[in-house]
Write a protein that binds this ligand. Structure first.
Ligand code: C2E
Ligand code: CA
Ligand code: CA
Ligand code: CA
Length: 276
């Protein structure tokens, strides 16, 4: 009926308005998130496919908003990017992740996500250098992750930043590989240490599937290029078995192994336990 249609419209409008208001609140409050101590990192373990040993943990950002609760990075990172304050967030993340990692066993590293904006500014290299020196962390224990989309924006500066990070001895990872157009150009042009196969690929890896053949080829080629291959978003035992049987996937990350864990005592206790 007409009545119903109007209600539908009103609900839609209220919802749109609600979303808009929420975004405006977040955008406003984001500016003080770092100084107010509302950001934290959680750590998701990455394990060796063959030995089960934890090799590193990915740091993932969370924002504890004073009234709206925990906000996911998928929601606030784009806002921080558009508000041009992402580099403050990244600086905070590098420092927090490194400060945490020095308390872990020496064979376990940590990864930090970079956004496109970070790759446009040379000072990320200075930030990383300064933090590594201050905390005394061996540079190879830190990995910086970046996506193809982030790399696409300013190739010249990006190249300098990547080169600068590698010169420090920091590792680099190409994140979310297999989403979008999986541009091989980046693997040719840049020397990454690690390649992270996206969850959307791993989801399709059932026995005999086309994705499985593709992943097998990708992993083998990447291995020949000297890259460490990490499968992301591994949720089920069957996926794990399929990945392990390929032989060329080195590590897995996903709920099957562990959800992200709070920093401090929680992650330290987890990492001290044997994981076989
Ligand atoms: P990402 O870098 O691809 O991180 C992996 C995401 O997949 C994380 O979501 C993680 O919690 C989730 N995940 C891990 N294992 C599984 C699984 O088995 N199944 C499923 N369904 N999901 C899994 P999260 O923490 O919500 O982060 C989302 C995205 O936000 C990240 O994707 C990254 O792009 C961005 N992000 C997170 N932390 C930071 C940060 O510190 N800086 C920047 N620039 N971006 C960040
Ligand atoms: Ca990542
Ligand atoms: Ca990823
Ligand atoms: Ca992702």
């Amino acid at each position: 009926t007409k009545e119903k249609g109007r209600n539908g419209y009103h609900i839609y409008r209220d919802e749109m308005q609600g979303k808009f208001e929420r975004r405006e609140i977040l955008r406003r409050d984001l500016r003080q998130a770092v100084t107010a101590g509302e950001l934290r990192l959680v750590y998701q373990p990455i394990g060796d496919v063959h030995t089960g040993a934890i090799t590193s943990c990915e740091s993932l950002m969370r924002w504890q908003h004073p009234t709206l609760g925990t906000i996911s990075p998928d929601e606030f990172i784009p806002l921080a990017e558009s508000a041009d304050i992402i580099s403050d967030f990244t600086r905070w993340a590098v420092e927090s992740a490194v400060a945490e990692c020095v308390h872990w066993p020496a064979d376990i590293g940590v990864t930090v996500n970079l956004s496109a904006c970070d790759l446009r500014r040379r000072d990320i290299v200075n930030t990383v250098f300064d933090v590594l020196i201050r905390y005394g962390l061996a540079p190879h224990r830190l990995t910086m992750e970046m996506t193809e989309t982030a790399l696409a924006e300013e190739p010249l500066m990006t190249r300098q930043v990547l080169h600068g990070l590698r010169a420090l001895g920091v590792k680099t990872a190409l994140d979310d590989f297999g989403t979008g157009y999986a541009n091989f150009g980046y693997l040719i042009d840049y020397e990454f240490d690690k390649l992270k196969l996206d969850r959307s690929l791993i989801e399709q890896i059932s026995e005999g599937s086309r994705a499985r053949i593709l992943i097998a080829g990708l992993a083998r080629t990447s291995q020949e290029l000297g890259l460490t291959i990490i499968a992301e978003g591994v949720e089920r035992r069957k996926q794990f078995d399929a990945l392990r049987s390929l032989g060329s996937v080195d590590s897995i990350q996903g709920w099957l192994l562990s959800r992200p864990i709070q920093g401090g005592g929680d992650i330290r206790t987890y990492l001290m336990q044997p994981h076989f």
